[in-house]
Design a protein around this ligand. Structure first.
Ligand code: 0WD
Length: 255
């Protein structure tokens, strides 16, 4: 396995132990990395602290960062800058849409719901990259999480699919922009995984069943598989890769 000793990564979006962000955190922790966690709001603080305490390494920095607030993001990365000086990368594992927009007809999407989904799930990557950039003066790697619903129409994914398309294009523009600073930007397109967020997608169980029946590997994606791929994208092994969307989905995307 790859050693990430003396490297520091910011993990954004751990809600609980099922979070994909947590799979990434565990894989980086096992590789010996130093981690900094950000959570959305007070209601997540205790559960994130309790979880982080179960890791191998001693990761003391656990900071609030609501990505809908420019001020919050700026404050959070200023904090990180003061305490560690530099980081080697960042995992963006954040998305949100109103539950009522994740079922029924796409044409019923409200203006509010559309803007909210794009604000939290897509624009957040750009504002986070802006404030993380000064902490990666020696280069770095940014990894975002996306889903195949951003490439093709998937049942009930609706406005989140449109937001993921926007996120994936943001990955490409950010890669083109930040490459000159030695910063790589990529996305992992994960197969469906049962989490707090995916519970909001109507009829999620039949999506999981479809993968088991039809995906080339005939099984569902695990947070560990996404975590290992994130370690690869953070490591020097992937130094030639940027602006890429890597599918970790049992091969479902080829169908
Ligand atoms: O099937 C899945 N679960 C897939 C998820 C398949 C492919 C991709 N993804 C993506 C999601 O779209 C998201 O980008 O992976 C990422 C992580 O999602 P997750 O692990 O499935 O979901 P979850 O454990 O709920 O974490 C998402 C978190 C939030 O939890 P809540 O319960 O608040 O939705 O995103 C964070 C929050 O921790 N989040 C915010 N963080 C900062 N500021 C904000 C915010 N305003 N809103 C949500």
């Amino acid at each position: 396995s790859i050693s990430m000793k003396d490297k520091t990564y910011v993990i954004m979006g751990v809600a609980n132990k099922r979070s994909i962000a947590w799979g990434i955190a565990r894989a980086l922790d096992e590789a010996g990395a130093n981690l900094i966690f950000t959570y959305a709001g007070e209601r997540f603080e205790k559960s994130v602290r309790d979880l982080v305490a179960t890791l191998e390494g001693n990761h003391e920095q656990i900071l609030p960062c609501d990505v809908t607030s420019d001020e919050d993001v700026e404050k959070c990365f200023n904090n990180i800058k003061e305490s560690v000086g530099k980081i080697d990368g960042l995992a963006h594992c954040i998305a949100f849409a109103k539950t009522e927009e994740l079922s029924g007809d796409f044409s019923d999407t409200s203006r509010d719901g559309f803007l909210l989904a794009h604000n939290i799930s897509s624009y957040s990557l750009t504002i986070v990259a802006k404030h993380a950039k000064p902490l990666m003066a020696e280069g770095g790697s940014i990894v975002a999480l996306t889903y195949i619903g951003g490439e093709r129409v998937m049942p009930n994914y609706n406005v989140m699919g449109v937001a993921k398309a926007s996120l994936e294009m943001s990955v490409r523009y950010l890669a083109a922009d930040l490459g000159k600073h030695g910063i790589r930007v990529n996305a992992i397109s994960s197969g469906p995984i049962r989490t707090l967020s995916s519970k909001g997608v109507s009829d999620f169980n039949s999506i999981l069943r479809e993968i088991e029946e039809k995906a080339p590997l005939r099984r569902n994606t695990t947070p560990e598989e996404v975590g290992d791929t994130a370690v690869f994208l953070f490591s020097n092994m992937s130094r030639g890769i940027t602006g890429e969307v890597l599918h970790v989905d049992s091969g479902y995307h080829v169908l």
